[in-house]
Design a protein around this ligand. Structure first.
Ligand SMILES: [Zn+2]
Length: 213
């Protein structure tokens, strides 16, 4: 039966295990409240493994990971993919080297998205941790993390992300009142980017509380 599926089931098994371990850790940090957030890994050049919508991310099991094609349609499963699946697959479709997309709703990310929505971005400059982003070799650099308006229309959101990607390489974006998307070539790199954004946004919020921003 599994032979009929158009993807490597052993690789899916391995990726599901990796997603489960990592997402439980992110959930333990409080970054996935109330079944929110979604996570995916590239399975091959046409498919991705992604968390099923509405599951408690702190208690993920193998059955909570499904396969979608790069148009966001379920493959070999009756589960309905998350409405936000298209925001994952647009990255896999566009960049063959992207292997992992992580989307979380931490309080820091959500508060920062509200505060900086009017600017359209959060400016990050002079931090040692900017070296965590692939391609950066020095803290003497700067990065504008985009903040997009929230909408339930994923086609609109995806079009806005595509327009940003047309302007150059980036490793994440915020959605106003919603959360953060971050990605990388594999789980380790995507997590490094996610954790760096979380830390840097936390620093910016602290500086603002202290009246320095
Ligand atoms: Zn979301």
């Amino acid at each position: 039966m599994s032979n009929a599926l158009p993807y490597d089931t052993h690789r899916l098994y391995e990726l599901a295990g990796e997603i489960i371990v990592n997402v439980r850790e992110l959930s333990a940090l409080g970054w996935t409240p109330a079944t929110s957030s979604n996570f995916s890994r590239r399975l091959d050049d046409r498919h991705a493994a992604i968390t099923v919508s509405g599951r408690d991310k702190g208690k993920l099991r193998e059955a909570d990971i499904m396969v979608v094609d790069f148009d966001g349609r379920a493959v070999g499963s009756d589960h309905r993919p998350s409405a936000e699946t298209g925001l994952h697959t647009q990255l896999y479709r566009r960049f063959p080297d992207i292997g992992c997309v992580l989307h979380t709703h931490s309080q820091v990310q959500t508060v920062a998205s509200r505060l900086y929505a009017g600017n359209g971005h959060v400016h990050l400059e002079g931090y040692e941790l900017l070296k965590a982003f692939s391609g950066n070799t020095t803290h003497e650099t700067e990065l504008d993390l985009p903040v997009l308006p929230n909408t339930q229309d994923m086609a609109v959101l995806a079009a806005q992300v595509d327009a940003l990607l047309d302007q150059g390489r980036m490793w994440g974006y915020l959605i106003d009142g919603h959360g953060l998307y971050a990605w990388g070539r594999d789980m380790a790199e995507a997590r490094r980017h996610l954790e760096a954004f979380e830390f840097l946004l936390g620093c910016e919020l602290e500086l603002r509380k202290l009246g320095c921003r």
